[in-house]
Every structure is written in C-alpha cells, then in structure tokens.
Design a protein around this ligand. Sequence first.
Ligand code: 5AD
Ligand code: SF4
Length: 467
Amino acid sequence: MRTEGKRKHVFIRTYGCQMNVYDSDRMADVLRPLGYALAAEPEQADLVVLNTCHIREHASEKVYSELGRMRDLKTERRAAGGDLTIAVAGCVAQAEGEEISRRQPAVDIVVGPQAYHRLPQLLAEAERKAAILKAGKRRPGAGVLDTEFPAESKFDHLPAPLGVRAGSAFLSIQEGCDKFCTFCVVPYTRGAEYSRPAARVLAEARQLVEAGAVEITLLGQNVNAYHGEADDGSTWSLARLIRALAGIEGVARIRYTTSHPRDMDDDLIAVHGEVPQLMPYLHLPVQSGADRILAAMNRQHGRDLFLDLVDRLRRARPDLALSSDFIVGFPGESDADFDDTMRLVEQVGFASAFSFKYSRRPGTPGAALDGQVPEAVKSARLSALQALLGRQARAFNESKTGQTVPVLFAEPGRKPGQLIGKTPWLQSVYAEGKPRLIGRIVEARIVEGHANSLAGEIVTGSYEAAA
Ligand code: 5AD
Ligand code: SF4
C-alpha cells in the first residue's frame, strides 16, 4: 500500500472532549512503533484518523462532511498511483459502526474508543483487504470494524505516554458512565464506568512528570466517581488519589474533569481546601436549575443539592472558580423552568460555562419524550443564558486586574513575541515573553480582563525562580 522503508505519516483530527484529546495522543503512541510520524495536514498523511464526537447531532454530522473530503483526497491519491487509509475512531465509530462504512465506503477502519490499542492489527487487516482489492479479486466493501468493549482493558495494552504539551498533560483515570442522564449518549458510546488501578495512574503521572509535565489534568466522563483498586486491595477515591498525586515531586498543578454533583463527597470537598496543588477551578455540570427538569433528565439530584455543594466548596476554597454545563430546551422545559436556570446562574456566579441547545439523540430516553421544545424557543433561551454567563465571565476576568498570579505558559500567541498561558482559574493570559518560558510557571501581573482572556505582563525576574 505504501512504499516500504519510507517514513509513514498519520494525521489525527480530534473532535469533542478532552478524553478524545487524550485518546488521540495515545493513538499516536500506538502508531509510532509502526513507523508513523505525525503529519500537520491530511495532504501529507498516509493514514488519516478522525477521532469523533457523538454528543450532539451537529458534532456527528461534521464527521460525515469531513469524510467526504477525505474520500476526494483518497481518489486523487489513487489516480496518482498512491493511497490513503481512512480510519474513524471515537464515539461516532462506537455508536454508528457499520453505518459509517455504508454512508462513506471509502472508510477503511472503524474503531471504537475501547479498542484503539488494536489499531496495528486493524491496519494490517485493512492493508490486506486493500491488496486483495487492488488485485481485482474482491469487490469494494465494508472496511475493518472493531467496536467491541473488550474484556481486557485498553490501558493494559498502551505504550508509555510520550506527548506532554508545554508542561501540561492529560491523564485518563476513569472512563464510561453508569448515570444514564436521559439526554446523553455517553453510557452507550463509552460503556460502563471503569476506574484504572491507583498504582497505574501514579506510575503514568511519574512518567508524565519525567517527560516535562508540571500540570496534570485527571480525566474521566465521571471522574469524581473514581474508585480505583489499590495494591493492598482497598479502593481509592478521587480525593485519595489527588493527595497521593500531590506527593509526587514536580507536580505543581492538579486539575480534574468532568464531575457529577452526586459524586462530590465531603472528602473531595475537603481536598480542595487542603491540597495547594489542586487548582481553584471546578467544572461541575448542573444542566438545569429546575427540579422538574433535573428529574426528567435523571440527574439524581435537585437544585438545592447543587447550591449546597457550591456553598461547601467555597467554604473549603474561597477563591474557587466555578464552571458548568447547561442544556436549554430539554423536552418539557417551560418558561418558568428556564427562569429557574437563570436564577441559579445569578445565585452562583460562574467564572465560565458551556451551554447548549438540547439535541435529540437517537436511542436515548430523552428522544422519545413528549414536549420537544421548538427550535426558535431553544435559540432565544440560549441567547439569554449565554448573555448572562458572558457577563459573569467578563466580571470574573476583570476581577483579576491588578493581581499578580502564576501563569503556566503553553504556546506562542498570535502576535510575534507573545505567549499564551493559563492562570490557576483556567483563564487564558496573553503576555509578551520569550518562547523558552513555554512549559513553565511564571508570575504575571494582570493588566486587563476581557470577555474570554486576560492581558498580562510577566513580572521581571520571576522566571529565574520558576522551576
Ligand atoms: N444535547 C445537548 N447537550 C448535550 N450534552 C450532552 N448531551 C447533550 C444533548 N443531547 C451536553 C451536557 C454535557 C456536555 C458534555 O454536553 O451539558 O455536560
Ligand atoms: Fe452523560 Fe450524565 Fe454520564 Fe455525564 S453523568 S456522561 S451527562 S450520562
């Protein structure tokens, strides 16, 4: 299929959440021993992987239009005597499986999020199929499909992680979800909840620190439900894991995402007050402020539980910045229900937030509910909510003006000589600085707060002291 001995290239496009970002890095790790280097564009690649998201309709439809472009590229390549292998990974692969090859026959490989450690075998099989096809012995047909939830965990089969981007690394510790919120596809695409053993997580954290990480973000669809087995047979909670992680030398910042309010226990709240490396930022999706809608969403808690959690968290860590997810226009949502959401937002005051129009997902209980909300109503509610959340985010950003804060610089900015980094509260900061500061935590004075970012000035001399 490809010229033997030549270095091969893979282009990976990632859609959706941070779990997918982590998975894409791990797919690169799996492919590296096969001789694949990363390509910046599909045009330079022998293999294209689309790591897809199924959470809302818009997210999955984007994949099919991108696949159309990849098919055209493949056709061009073949006309020139070459080839292109196309793989679809992630949650659309899991949810739609064979449907993908039917809608886009140019796809060679469909691999679910639990099976990508088998990519080498799937590639070999796809190449074998392509060779048979080329010899004219077979009609073009479905590619290679692996959307099993294998008995063995993919985590036992992945090589050591290599990619630490500018001091910051993701570490997947938990996957899947047993909550079954009625709007959500995750329990179907990512499967049942699974926590990685604590010792494995700590070993991976040490490797990441050795590779240059100073910030580790623990990932899971329901990360605060973490219950990993320890070597002594006991079960570790997320709180316990965070305390152990904080004991690893070189770990300066710890974050975790995404959480469910029901799993925010006393010990985890206490950790926010106790562990200085745990950053004062928490993403805690509430989805709605109306008890009726929370019940219909099967969120398993009411408005008061969320408000009480916010109070307790802020008592433990007064400077905690809160972020959340909201869905407007869930089936049956009335004007009064939406007002309850607006009032909850006013009461809490969020530093940042993500908000979405309800998207009807086939196969979820919400899709079959009566009282689907008209599109125009959803749009009006989303605008009102986003305007309020936008004002809160700006006010939070402006509140940092004049403060000197530690910033982890991550990448060059758009303007020459500029860097972009993150505050402890996960705000983006733009500041003039040398590229050698990337990956380091440096003090910066905040001079302006904007809607989505801060302008800062590096405090001269602070980077000499930076680890
Ligand atoms: N429609 C709209 N938003 C959704 N989310 C999950 N499923 C849907 C859906 N069907 C949102 C939730 C979740 C975030 C990751 O995506 O707010 O927290
Ligand atoms: Fe989806 Fe609910 Fe599970 Fe979050 S808790 S992944 S929203 S089912």
